[in-house]
Design a protein around this ligand. Structure first.
Ligand code: C2E
Ligand code: MG
Ligand code: MG
Length: 342
């Protein structure tokens, strides 16, 4: 008997011991898989059935999280993860009710003359206990739970409210809103955007929707119909994080997209990295040929800006100009930019 099978016999619970033995023996016989001895060692402690099955359930949830067709052994850290995710999920729901979310605006700057071309609305959350929580941590969780629909609706309303204020003040700014896949797939998504535009009175061309490539590849016919309806409303459609998804170039021809945002991962290596130079150069050339606007994301250095300028990239966004700012700080920056470019 192998070490792996032998470890099952150390389990104190007879029913579970039998089950484990049969399971391990089958795995070994039919699939030639040796189950881990780590699992056997853990089971030497006299845990209750209930506890063990709960652990197995937690491990299974982790496998499902990572796309199924795999296996994981339970580790105590998994419960910590699950607990912190549940805590975060609860806190997120409270945050929306209690008005803890804010939008910050990151300028998009012309590489021709340094003028302001638009602003990306980025969500910010300060939780009383956790402090500032990055959207990189909570947006994926909200996407998983479906709560992104509520967050997305709030973001859209808030961004449009701010865009109306800027338009009414005589300084119109094109405001880009990130739209998650689940939000885009809602049957009433187009109607909701139309309703928000109607009730707010915003000029539709002042609203831009940032879509990821994953939105376009999933159910392409439905996406195409929806994009055409949005285009008919007069809003601008952009592809965010271009080059990072499983995309087919055919959709650039087929879908009514106006703008590509080159992902930061390709900009970071500029100008030194040869592959990044090739990818960014090819993307800009392709966008030009297809008459699409281009924004390079995550520009942090003068050298990157100059390189992009040399490729005749139309615009950029990044810490070199400014991170995302509160509406008030953004207005101060816009005034400063206006005096620089006057
Ligand atoms: P994204 O839409 O690609 O937004 C750009 C991210 O890059 C932002 O991170 C921004 O702060 C960061 N960034 C901009 N310039 C630079 C730079 O020069 N250097 C570096 N290192 N980073 C830069 P943030 O705000 O943490 O957002 C991360 C992601 O979370 C966003 O990526 C977007 O996918 C998502 N997100 C943010 N707000 C929203 C929202 O309101 N709705 C949805 N659905 N997703 C959002
Ligand atoms: Mg974005
Ligand atoms: Mg992006």
């Amino acid at each position: 008997m192998s070490h792996e099978l032998r470890t099952s016999w150390r389990c104190k619970n007879p029913a579970l011991r039998g089950f484990l033995f049969l399971q391990r023996a089958s795995l070994k016989r039919y699939f030639g898989i040796d189950t881990s001895s780590l699992m056997g060692k853990k089971i030497t402690h006299a845990y209750s059935n209930c506890f063990i099955f709960n652990c197995a359930d937690t491990a299974m949830a982790c496998v499902k999280d990572r796309g199924r067709g795999n296996f994981r052994f339970y580790q105590p850290q998994m419960n910590v993860d699950l607990l912190s995710r549940m805590k975060m999920d609860h806190a997120m729901r409270q945050a929306l009710v209690q008005g803890q979310f804010r939008l910050h605006y990151q300028p998009q700057i012309s590489l021709c003359n340094g003028s302001l071309l638009g602003a990306e609305a980025l969500i910010r959350w300060t939780d009383p206990e956790m402090g500032n929580v990055s959207p990189v941590s909570f947006i994926p969780l909200a996407e998983e739970s479906g709560f992104i629909i509520n967050i997305g609706n709030w973001v859209m309303d808030e961004a449009v409210r701010q865009a109306v204020l800027w338009e009414q003040a005589g300084h119109p700014v094109v405001v880009s809103v990130n739209v998650s896949a689940l939000q885009f797939q809602q049957p009433d998504f187009v109607e909701r955007v139309a309703g928000t535009l109607r009730s707010s009175g915003l000029t539709p061309a002042l609203l831009e929707l940032e879509l990821t490539e994953s939105i376009l590849v999933r159910d392409a016919d439905e996406a195409l119909a929806r994009l055409h309806s949005l285009k008919t409303l007069g809003v601008v459609l952009a592809i965010d994080d271009f080059g990072t998804g499983y995309s087919s170039l055919a959709y650039l021809k087929k879908f009514p997209i106006s703008k590509l945002k080159i992902d930061r991962t390709f900009v970071t290596g500029l100008p030194a990295d040869e592959s990044d130079r090739a990818i960014v150069g090819a993307t800009i050339a392709m966008a030009r040929a297809l008459k699409l606007a281009v924004v390079a994301e995550g520009v942090e250095t003068e050298a990157q800006r100059e390189f992009l300028q040399g490729l005749q990239c139309a615009s950029y966004q990044g810490f070199l100009c400014s991170p995302a700012l509160s509406a008030l700080e953004f207005e101060t920056l816009v005034a400063k930019l206006a005096t620089c470019t006057a």
